[in-house]
Design a binder for this molecule. Sequence first.
Ligand code: GRG
Length: 281
Amino acid sequence: MEAHLPSLVRPPTERPERVNEAVCYALTSPGKRLRPVLTLAVAEMLGEPFPAVLDLACAVELVHSCSLVLDDLPAMDDARLRRGRATTHRVFGEDVALLAAMGLLNRAYAVVAEAAQKLPLKRYTPEDLVHHLAAAIGTSGLIGGQALDLESRDEDLDLERLEYIHSHKTGALFIVAGELGAMAVDARRRDLDVVTRYAKNLGLAFQISDDLLDVLSTPEETGKDSHQDTHKVTFVKLLGVAGARQLAGELLDFAVASLDPLGRKADPLRELARYVKDRGR
Ligand code: GRG
């Protein structure tokens, strides 16, 4: 994946050099690659991991990188540090960072459309895959969750609203990452449903663990600013550290339990859930 990611975008030597450089900077910085790993793990679990699956996985990382560039902008989180490096807008300026984010997003759609054409699909069409991605990103997905997150104040702190924010701004990309892996190998509907349930709980637990790290860890450990969530509504604010930890654990247990129908072949996904439980960055 690390070798494949840069091959999907234009090199920084090509015009417009600054934007292409910013795209590469945001995309190839050392992220955990959890969402594309989920795409690959699901595809390997349910079928033959065709080469085009790697493209789909990388497209998910293109979207994720775009969301991080946007999330870090002064108009949003105003973050200084991401993946152990200066945020994209601090290096290239806000104008270039915005164009780079759009470049990443645009390329993600193209990569999914191209990859889906190469897959021998019977149950799904290439358009299904592109549409799934679009729905996950739109105002009923990532954008919707982020919008509500930005406008929420302490007085809006309630479980239903928090669940909406987290399951949209973070959960939606986990869900589509898993679903694209399943659709890529023409998975049966009932297997797709298992993956959706697993990814939904994993994504929600991941965001809660992100909120916990924001409070409990240092920038040296996480590679990003701490205490970014002081003005936000989070599960840690609502339930406290112990309560948030317990909820994340319960969600991961649900995620793992939903894999029961798939037996031992779902072990890599169980391992992924364990990783989220124990992660320190
Ligand atoms: C148009 C794609 C798009 C998005 C617009 C800005 C925005 C709407 C949404 C922000 C979504 C966001 C950044 C949510 C936070 C999710 C989260 C916990 C990010 C950190 O993920 P890690 O820890 O990061 O996996 P690495 O650096 O390891 O990849």
